[in-house]
Structure formats: structure tokens, C-alpha cells
Design a binder for this molecule. Structure first.
Ligand code: SAM
Ligand code: SF4
Length: 460
């Protein structure tokens, strides 16, 4: 331990010595793509670089280190990242000392690494999603002349003392666990982020308490399946218990969380949310598909009926309670009849919001071996039907809030229209006229209208 501390001091000194030879302030640009967890990791990469002596910049052209922190979940998003990495080549040619790196779960894919080595040799640093602590040593290796540096492990938890540079002063993401054990047959995450491991509850509590103390108004707890939080920890604790501990922290703030796997979401979770002071009255509960056969082939481990039981349990207690979901359209074995099941679910649940994805084959997953039973045209037609109907459903169901008073966190403001945009405790997007000083505040709003997914309101 003492030796590794010594080692890390030497590495920092090595980098400092390199940076001292610069005739300008060394700068770093970190760009994250994909899910909230990736953005949260991005804040840690920024923290590490800042701590090493780099000033952070939004402009890649003036950077001495550029890190793209990218997500592996869908192939299309990956190709875009590869394209954007390619676009950095002229910047690298102008500035030969520039270090370009790819990190995040996309960097865990052997195919991606092979492609970079072959076609993008100027990307000299590759850092897997669980190897962020190794950023300093990897940078130093490249400064010392190593042509290509890869660091890839993802077994443990990130060091609790890693520095973080937060993107917002009033919203903060807090990972409660890393990795996933579920192996849904379409999903690459367990292969690129490793098995589930939970943070100690005390460390999470301490982080949340610190954030609330700094005036943060929205805490987003993150994990691939937060409902399996606590498994493998020495002390007995489940996710509802963690929520209760966090909810007891004094202050004026919201707690949100994602994602909840339906196989592990329980009435205890719903009761905890309903009895809480701070937790949102909204649950993101990704169903993925409305056909029991396809759910089985996806290895989701619940049925439509089991899923709806929890919705019914919740709505019996709180009729206004909102749900959102992820849906995959065009899983290889999905037929028109299976898709009708998906349409039935959205009619029944009346989601506030849907995150819809066209199925994307990911190499190494089981589903990637399954032949498609539908054409891409059929799949595209299903998707547009789904989106059209969902817009109507959200608009009609969101009207339940008309004339009610809700609490709302103003996240940003359009300077031209003067409209604030943010979310209510029920997880709904809301727009209301306000001033720049309202940004980052929790406000009381009277709902005056419904517009597609969003509510409109007037500040009280
Ligand atoms: N762990 C979360 C869960 O199970 O709800 C989801 C995490 S995943 C990063 C986010 C969403 O991406 C999934 O819920 C799924 O809808 C979608 N997704 C994952 N793999 C996909 C694939 N191969 N093609 C299309 N969508 C995919
Ligand atoms: Fe992927 Fe399934 Fe794990 Fe979510 S639960 S990350 S969809 S394998």
C-alpha cells in the first residue's frame, strides 16, 4: 500500500515535470457520450486531470489532452464516436504533443481497440471503464514515449478519494454500485463493466450529505440495477434501506435514481418512495418489451403480468405516480404480434416518458447470434407507431397535474424566451417563465398547461 502511494507520488511528479516544460497553461478536454453513468465517470476523469495540473477546456483545439469517454451500448452511437475521434486528426497534426485518448466502456471492446490501433494510431491512450485510477500512469507512459498505452481492468470499485469536477453546482450524480450480473441477451454492459459491486453505504451517505451541504438540489443515484444494491456487502442492507438512510439527511433537495430492474423492484421500494421526504414520486422501470416470449429470450426474468403487478400496487396507493421506461423495438425474434404486446403495455401503464431504442446487435452477446424475423422497414414502422401513440398518451395522462401546485427544479433558461426548463418531483419536464437567478432553485409552480411530454406552469 505504502509502495503504491509512493508510486503514485512519483507518477504525479513525473507529469508535473513534463507540464513544467510547457510554455502555456496545460489544458485538458474531456467529452462524455452515452448514459448518466458515463457522464458521472467523465466528472472523475476531469477531476484527475485537474488535480494533475491541467486547466479544463471545452475547446479541443486548445487542449493538450483530449479524452473521449464513450459508451458501448449501441453500435450506431459507437460509430459516431469513432467518426468524431477521426475528426481530431488535424488537431493532432497541428499539435504533436497533444495526447488523444479513448476511455469508458467502449474502450473495453477488443474490436474497438483493434480498429484504433490499425486506423487511428494517433489515439495513443486507451483506458477501460474501471481503470480510471490508471489515467496518471498512462499519461506519463505516453509522455515518456510509449506509442500506445492500454489499461483495462474493471474488477474493483473506484478509489473513494478520486477527485471530481462536477458539471453542475446544483445537480449531482452519485454511483451506488458498478457493473451488472444480469446478462440480458442483447446487452454488452456486463462484458464491458464487469460484475456487480456496491459501494459502502457510509461512503454514499457521506457523499450525499456533503453535496446537500454544498447546496446541491438534485441527487441522482446510479447503478445498472440499483435494486440489487447491497448484495455482496458484509453488512445487510438493501436499496430501500439505503434510500431511507439518505432521505433522513436534512435539507431541501430531491433524490432520483436509475435504473431499476423490474425483477428486483419491490413493494418495499414503492412504499419507501411514497413515505419519503425527498425521493421523487416517479420510477424509471425499464420493461424493454411487452411479449412474455421475447422477455424470456431477452433473459429479463419477469413476465408482463409480474411487471404490471407493481404498477397496480403503486397506482392503488398513489394514482398520480409516474413511470417511465426503456423499450427496445426490433429484438431479433420480435414479430408483429409481440410488438402488439408492447403497444398494450404503453396503453395500460401510461408512461410519462419513454426511452426507445431500435435493437442494435452487439458482438459477443447471445442475441447477436439470433436471426431477424422482421425486416428493418417493419421495425422502423413499429417504432414510429410507438412514438406517435406515446406522445398522445403522455399528453393526455400528464393533464392529471393541470391546476395543481408542484415543486420544480429549474435546470436552465432560454435567454430568448425567458422560459425556465426543469423537472418536477414527479419526474416531469416543466417549462415556466422565470429569471436567470431561478436556475438551480427548487420552486413552487402552478401547472397551467400540457405540451407533448412537458408541462407548462407559472411560478408562485
Ligand atoms: N441496466 C439498465 C436496465 O436494465 O434497465 C439499462 C442500462 S442500458 C445502458 C440502457 C438501455 O439501453 C437498456 O434499458 C436498453 O433499453 C438499451 N439497450 C441495451 N442494449 C441494447 C441494444 N443492444 N440495442 C438497443 N438498445 C439496447
Ligand atoms: Fe444490460 Fe440487462 Fe444489465 Fe441493464 S440489467 S445493464 S440491460 S444486462
Amino acid at each position: 500500500m505504502a509502495q503504491s502511494k509512493q508510486n503514485s507520488i512519483q507518477i504525479r511528479e513525473g507529469i508535473r515535470a513534463v507540464l513544467e516544460t510547457f510554455t502555456h497553461t496545460p489544458k485538458a478536454h474531456v467529452r462524455s457520450f452515452g448514459c448518466q453513468l458515463n457522464f458521472c465517470d467523465g466528472e472523475k476523469y476531469k477531476g484527475i486531470l485537474h488535480d494533475l495540473g491541467y486547466e479544463l477546456t471545452d475547446t479541443p483545439e486548445e487542449a493538450d489532452v483530449i479524452l473521449y469517454n464513450a459508451c458501448a451500448v449501441r453500435a450506431h452511437a459507437e460509430s459516431r464516436v469513432i467518426g468524431q475521434l477521426g475528426a481530431l486528426k488535424p488537431i493532432k497534426e497541428k499539435n504533436p504533443r497533444l495526447i488523444v485518448g479513448l476511455c469508458g466502456c467502449m474502450a473495453e471492446e477488443a474490436e474497438v481497440r483493434a480498429l484504433l490501433k490499425k486506423s487511428y494510431p494517433f489515439v495513443r491512450l486507451v483506458l477501460g471503464a474501471g481503470a480510471m485510477e490508471r489515467l496518471p500512469e498512462s499519461l506519463l507512459a505516453v509522455y515518456q514515449g510509449q506509442k500506445h498505452c492500454e489499461a483495462l481492468e474493471f474488477a474493483g470499485l473506484p478509489d473513494e478519494s478520486l477527485p471530481t469536477v462536477r458539471d453542475s453546482s446544483f445537480q449531482a450524480s452519485v454511483p451506488v454500485m458498478y457493473g451488472c450480473n444480469n446478462f440480458c441477451t442483447y446487452c454488452i454492459v456486463p462484458y464491458v463493466r464487469g460484475r456487480e459491486r456496491s459501494r459502502q453505504p457510509e461512503a454514499i451517505e457521506q457523499e450525499v450529505r456533503g453535496l446537500v451541504g454544498q447546496g446541491v438540489k438534485e441527487i441522482l443515484l446510479l447503478g445498472q440495477n440499483v435494486n440489487s444494491y447491497g448484495r455482496g456487502l458484509e453488512q445487510e442492507i438493501n436499496f430501500p434501506e439505503l434510500l431511507r438512510r439518505l432521505d433522513a439527511i436534512e435539507g431541501d433537495y430531491f433524490i432520483r435514481f436509475m435504473s431499476s430492474h423490474p425483477k428486483d423492484a419491490t413493494p418495499e421500494l414503492i412504499d419507501t418512495m411514497l413515505e419519503s421526504k425527498h425521493i421523487e414520486h416517479h420510477l424509471h422501470l425499464p420493461v424493454q418489451c411487452g411479449s412474455n416470449r421475447v422477455l424470456k429470450e431477452m433473459n429479463r426474468n419477469y413476465t408482463v403480468e409480474k411487471y404490471l403487478e407493481l404498477i397496480d400496487y403503486t397506482r392503488a396507493k398513489a394514482p398520480d405516480f409516474g413511470f417511465s421506461s426503456d423499450l427496445i423495438v426490433g429484438f431479433p425474434t420480435e414479430t408483429d404480434a409481440d410488438f402488439e404486446g408492447t403497444m398494450n403495455i404503453i396503453e395500460y401503464v401510461k408512461y410519462d416518458n419513454l426511452y426507445t431504442f431500435i435493437y442494435s446487435p452487439r458482438s459477443g452477446t447471445k442475441a447477436a447470434e439470433m436471426p431477424f424475423v422482421s425486416t428493418q422497414e417493419q421495425i422502423a414502422a413499429r417504432m414510429s407507431r410507438l412514438l406517435k401513440r406515446q406522445r398522445e398518451i403522455s399528453e393526455a395522462f400528464n393533464a392529471r397535474f393541470l391546476h395543481k401546485t408542484v415543486r420544480f427544479l429549474a435546470e436552465k433558461r432560454d435567454p430568448e424566451t425567458g422560459l425556465l426548463l426543469g423537472k418536477t418531483r414527479e419526474g416531469l419536464v416543466l417549462e415556466a417563465a422565470g429569471t436567470p437567478e431561478d436556475i438551480g432553485r427548487l420552486l413552487h409552480v402552478k401547472v397551467t398547461g400540457v405540451k407533448n411530454w412537458a408541462l407548462t406552469g407559472a411560478l408562485l
